[in-house]
Design a protein around this ligand. Sequence first.
Ligand code: GDP
Ligand code: MG
Length: 840
Amino acid sequence: MKLSELKTGERGVIVKVLGHGGFRKRIVEMGFIKGKIVEVLLNAPLQDPVKYKLMGYEVSLRHNEAEMIEIISVEEALKTDSASKTDNHILSSTADEDDTPGTVKQLREAAMKKRRRINVALVGNPNCGKTSLFNFASGSHERVGNYSGVTVDAKEGYAEFEGYEFNLIDLPGTYSLSAYSPEELYVRKQIIDKTPDVIINVIDSSNIERNLYLTTQLVDMNLRMVCALNMYDEFEARGDKLNKEVLGRLFGVPMIPTSFKTGRGVDLLFHIIINLYEGVDFLDKDGNITPEVADDIQNWHKNYENKHDHNHAEDFAHGTKPNTVFRHIHLNHGRIIEDAIDTIKEELQKDEQIRHKYSLRYLSIKMLEHDSQTEEVISMLPNAEKIKQVRDSQAHIISREMNEDSETAIMNAKYGFIYGALKEAGYEEGKKNDIYQTTHILDKIMTNKYFGFPLFLFVIYVMFYTTFSLGQYPMDWIESVINALGNLINDNMAEGPLKDMIIDGIIGGVGSVIVFLPQILILYAFISFMEDSGYMARSAFIMDKLMHKMGLHGKSFIPLIMGFGCNVPAIMATRTIESRRSRLITMLILPMMSCSARLPIYIMITGTFFATRYQAPVMISLYVTGIIMAVIMSRILSRWIIKGDDTPFVMELPPYRFPTAKAIGRHTWEKGKQYLKKMGGIILVASIIVWALGYFPHNSALTEQQQQEQSYIGRIGKFIEPAFRPQGFDWKLDVGLISGVGAKEIVASTLGVLYSGDGNMEDSSKYTSLYEKMTDDGITPLTAYSFLVFVLLYFPCLATIAAIKNESGSWRWAGFAAIYTTALAWIVSAAVYQIGSLAV
Ligand code: GDP
Ligand code: MG
């Protein structure tokens, strides 16, 4: 529990102090040291500060400061095994530390046990290997991808090492900690509000200069931190040179070479983390460690002497004057900026409300960067106006003297620092066996002005061709299994509504969807391969110009391609787009990408109305219509509806890597799972509802078609029939459209039932009879085609709308998507029908 939760008269033992280095140092200096007993002298509600007794002294802390101190209370300690024998001494508040050594020892032990749980957050650029470390250390199977932005939420995992427990949090990748993208804000929030004990800053050492930029910002925040120089295998293969000890010293952070592909360096990394966690708050200015703490560490270290790589300088196990690596540095931004930082800091120091949470130096730097989120924090302070005034005048001085705005000046200073540090550490990029060399050569072809685009189209063609041709086989197998299952139930169950529901509702509805799983998985396997190999990033790069013309960004392209599989995961994939505006537009036009759920309807209708020769062109024309509509809508949306500037950002081009089969398998499955979830949930429910609407009111004397006609769904269809007269749809087609609201797959099975009393319409031998029945109802190929256009464009499906709501954060955009797509579908299909009628 937190120290702030202890009531007057209660006692507890200090476990650890949370927060940034400056705060921890101050608190530790006041005597709040692990294992010490603290007693509350006076903690009245609403009263600040609170008075504590600590080692015989009286100290007071503000309430929000006490919130940052983790303790174990007497009751908590008694609950643990070591203190199971209740001892009254421990409860009496008069008992002093020295009077009852036995029970105090118990309390201490409980506290130390609790202390051996370290919260570790993984922070780093996208694609540097955070998730690989997370998986390696925690044995979990999160998705690893060679494509920036794969990790979106924080994932939590657990690991044990050398007597300690680790709670690992895998955070989204970020290039910096400005308030620029949702990921960056999220990572900052996690660091500041969740106050992890230690940060692992994962660095892609084959790309070290850019990766260290984030490190400089983490250093500003004054965090307990270790850097993992990851991808060290590539670094070495390329023949790069670097004195990592020197670099570590320059940054005040240990730099551990690692390769999370093989697990190299992970042990040492965690070993150093333990040392850092236990020791670093107890170093004095000269790097001497408190003897008591040193003893503890040495005792612990004895047990593990032979269990890790000895070749390291960064631990506290060898004497009271350990090393010179750990230290909090003030990364020098040059005189002018540093003066400005100091001046702002002086004004900030007048407040006590926030300094437990933020390093004031960090806040000053962020203010100079005009960081919007920091300004919000500041605006809560009583002297907010004054602080902003000081900032403005300091920013003005910087821009006057340095000829650039303060934000740019700070960034340049940081890069200057990095460049200098790397030079000093003897950094040299090798030429030998450059992984980037291959990448460069490949990129010359892949992103070539002339070949790039045709090559890309070819890849997409192969992808879809394989998906549909190869997918046919498993599709047939699944279909026969489903039919067999239906027959089995048909033969063995008593007649009644329940039987009808299972066969026509559940098996008919869900079954007609599950047959598409193989195709979806194949499509996703291709997409995963393209993501993991690095080609997807190139495709985004190639498409960037074209996407900009649509008011989008190159990165929008990837979700759009994924949309051909299923819109739901595609909408989630828009999270990688930094600009909120591009992201929203991408989400809103995504439903125009004809997802595979629409395929059964296309196959059924084109199979019925168009000769084999025309089937493929008709289907392609639908896909193309969708794309054209997406382009038009995107231009409209970006021009008139969703305003805002497009923030520029780097298009990451990771080196090409050959992805492992395991990674692709996992990645594919991850996406396929979302599809299956949709099937188990919304499609199942929708199938049952559609079935029920068609089944009730029930009259078994009628034929199936008559039954449909007089059922609720038939009545609804008839009721809305006038609305679709301009398209030439009859009530049966309308019913099909309504049923597609839940999931578009259901349209096909519903039409199957309405026209022939047979929901299974994928079998081509039935097309002839279906053709007769539909033409009898007056449906022409033109009606059929405008129906297909309507299906393509209208209300995507409930799951997609729900996904848009989740991702955009409001029902407003979800509602907008639902309405505009339907309106568009109505207009376009009416136009097709009317113009077509004139031509015929
Ligand atoms: P994240 O975005 O930071 O979570 O990065 P991932 O863990 O998803 O890794 C990105 C890619 O780099 C994957 O293809 C990994 O297999 C690969 N990778 C991770 N660590 C190493 C490493 O140390 N060496 C090499 N060669 N590849 C690595
Ligand atoms: Mg990741």
